[in-house]
Each structure stands twice: as C-alpha cells, then as structure tokens.
Design a protein around this ligand. Structure first.
Ligand code: SF4
Ligand code: SF4
Ligand code: SF4
Ligand code: FES
Length: 353
C-alpha cells in the first residue's frame, strides 16, 4: 500500500504505523516515548501529525497506515504543538546540555534543535535533586527524566526484571526502583537495558561518565560478546582506540540472538580489554618461574610435553577442555587435534559444566 507524507509517496505494509512508515522512508518524525523495543506509549505526543480527513492532531506512533492516507508532519499546527511539548519538558527538571553526559546523543535535544528552540520560554523554579550514584554501573538523574516510560516497559516486560515503575502522583510522579530504593540497594541486576532505551541523560552508564567520555566522541564497532555461547551482538564504543563502554548492537532490535539486550557481563565486563594485567604474550615456566616467551617457543614446549605424556602413559592420559568463549571452528579444530593427532576421546567443553 501507499501513503503520502509531506507530498512524498511512501510505501508501507499493513500493520505498520505512520511513524514506522515515515522512518523507513527516511522522514524525520520525533518520538520520545515510543521506541521500537518498548512500543507505543502515547505519553509524550512528540510524534503528532496532521492527517487529511481526520480531526485534530494524531499520534503517528499509534496510528496505523491506510492505503491512500495523506499525512503532513510539518504544518504550523504540528510544529507549534511539538514546540510547546519540548519547551515544557525543557522547563521542568534541570536540563543543562553543556555538562550533560548525553549531550549530542539525546533525543530531546535533537528535537529542540530541529524545532529551533534555543532556550525554553518558561521558567519553573525547583531545587536540583541529587543524582542516584548508588549503583555499580548506572547513574540516575531524575532531574533529566521526561517520564517517557521507556525504561519502565523495558525493565518490566523486556528483560522482565520488574525493578522500575512509576510511583507517586501528579507533579510528584517519578520512576522508582522497587519501593523507591536507591538503585544500588534495589533488586536491579544491572543489565543496563533501561540505559539503552532512555532517550535523554536521565539514565547513563557510569564507566564513560567517570572517564569523561561522551557517546558522540566514540566509535562503535560491532563485536560478538566473548562471555558465553549466546553470542550477543555488541556495539563496542572506543575513543582513541581505547575501551569506552558497551551497548547492545542497535541494528538488532528484533533479531536473535540478543534482540538488542545485554546482560551485566556483556554490558559492563569488557573493560578488561585495556587492563594492564592482561596477558599479551605467552608465559613459559623456566626454573619454576613464569617468563615471557614467543608463540613458537611456547607451542614447542606444549608439543614436547604432550608427546612425552602420550609416549609414556598412552593417549588417554591427555584430555582437552575447550571453551564457549571461542568460535565453533576453533572448538572443532581442537577436538580434531585431540582425536586424530593425540588419539584420545577425552574431550569436553565448559558449556557442559
Ligand atoms: S538530557 Fe538532553 S536535553 Fe537534557 S541536559 Fe541532557 S542533553 Fe540536554
Ligand atoms: S539495569 Fe536492568 S534490572 Fe536494573 S533497572 Fe535497568 S532494566 Fe531494570
Ligand atoms: S529515566 Fe529515561 S527512559 Fe525512564 S522515564 Fe525517564 S526519561 Fe524515560
Ligand atoms: S512517541 Fe508517539 S506519543 Fe510519544
């Protein structure tokens, strides 16, 4: 089916929303509470559009496409409504983009930029709330929360950890952990899924914040998590060729193996990459002391040792343990080595332990 958005004929499939069809065609419609992973929420109205034949503005994140639909995303009424929403959101809380960890990586800031808002027109006086630094890996800044609810849906229904929820009423409403505990004292397992979906700087990772690295300064490289056999796809963010932080790969919201989610190890456990304690060359024991050696030297020692055991005690005196942290091909090669060259079936794998 086809619809017309801002005068452009756009292809769409039944079941798609106007927002999805517009984004697929490269047309910018802002969305603060909608996220592909958490779905529509209808909370923010940032995504409103005008549709020919329909009264009032419609939320494009919830409006299903119809063949022949004519949509406008940039009429004065649409832009005025969006401007009001952004100005109110910026006026509440304490949005100081200059010092914010999410500067240049913030959907509210991006929306303000597109609308040409330099500063909010309203002044809402309030005292700043201290940041929640109690968690090992995540910083919560409720002054920057726009109450979009993405983190709540992600925690409740995405990773099903059921830590985050909305509490209190009216202007006191806020996102809390459990029954309003500091995050570090709550049942949070630090998967970081809430950070992944937060559109602003209300939930950020501690690692880059402490190292004064902001997301837009980094380069993302897609890698496979080395921790277990699931093989989650990770965007490894580096700056100056050094580790900065890890996020689930963003092109995989609806795809296996991890559907854009990570566990605590994949999210926070990769900083060992730059550890000075990391072994960077083989070590060979000489006169009881481990000393650095070349790969040739180390492999010679292993080959001689294996051969000596095989000759003296037979092939079944040797066993091979492989790992879920290497590829299937490497595991295959090692079991072939054990069976065909050494002559033993003593082969096992850490995934069975
Ligand atoms: S959350 Fe976004 S809008 Fe708010 S201070 Fe940070 S960058 Fe600016
Ligand atoms: S880190 Fe994971 S478990 Fe903790 S609040 Fe966020 S989504 Fe929930
Ligand atoms: S913490 Fe972030 S994701 Fe959660 S409601 Fe606030 S702005 Fe939205
Ligand atoms: S993105 Fe559509 S209502 Fe928030």
């Amino acid at each position: 089916m086809h619809l017309t958005i801002d005068g452009r004929v756009v292809e769409a499939v039944p079941g798609q929303t106007v927002l999805e069809a517009a984004r697929a065609a490269g047309i910018y419609i802002p969305a603060l509470c909608y996220h592909p992973k958490t779905g529509k929420a209808g909370r923010c109205r940032a995504c409103v559009v005008e549709v020919e034949g329909l009264r009032g503005l419609k939320e494009s994140c919830a409006l299903l496409v119809k063949d022949g639909m004519v949509v406008r995303t940039d009429t004065p009424k649409v832009l005025q409504t969006r401007r009001m929403i952004v100005e109110l959101l910026l006026s509440e809380g304490h949005h100081n983009c200059i010092s914010c960890q999410s500067n240049a990586d913030c959907e509210l800031q991006e929306m303000a930029y597109h609308l040409g808002i330099e500063r909010p027109s309203y002044l809402v006086e309030s005292l700043p709330t201290p940041k929640d630094m109690s968690s090992g890996g995540i910083v919560r800044d409720s002054d920057k929360c726009i109450q979009c609810g993405r983190c709540v849906v992600a925690c409740q229904h995405g990773v099903v950890n059921q830590v985050l929820s909305f509490a209190y009423r009216g202007s006191h409403a806020q996102v809390v952990c459990d029954d309003d505990q500091p995050m570090g004292e709550s049942t949070c397992v630090q998967c970081g899924e809430c950070v992944q979906v937060c559109p602003v700087g209300a939930l950020v990772l501690k690692q880059p914040l402490e190292n004064k690295i902001r997301p837009h300064e980094t380069t993302a490289t897609k890698v496979t998590c080395p921790y277990c056999g699931v093989g989650c796809q990770i965007d490894l963010h580096t700056k100056d060729n050094r580790y900065a932080f890890a996020m689930a790969h963003e092109g995989q919201w609806d795809r296996q193996p991890n559907k854009g989610m990570l566990c605590v190890k994949g999210r926070f456990g990769l900083d060992y990459i730059d550890s000075p304690d990391r072994l960077r060359s083989p070590l060979v024991r000489k006169k009881g002391k481990l000393e650095k050696a070349s790969w040739d030297e180390a492999l010679d020692v292993v080959a001689k040792g294996l051969k000596a055991i095989q000759e003296k005690h037979g092939p079944d005196a040797v066993g091979f343990f492989t790992s879920a942290k290497v590829s299937n091909e490497e595991n295959y090669a090692l079991q072939r080595f054990g069976r065909a060259l050494i002559g033993t079936n003593n082969i096992d794998h850490c995934a069975r332990l």
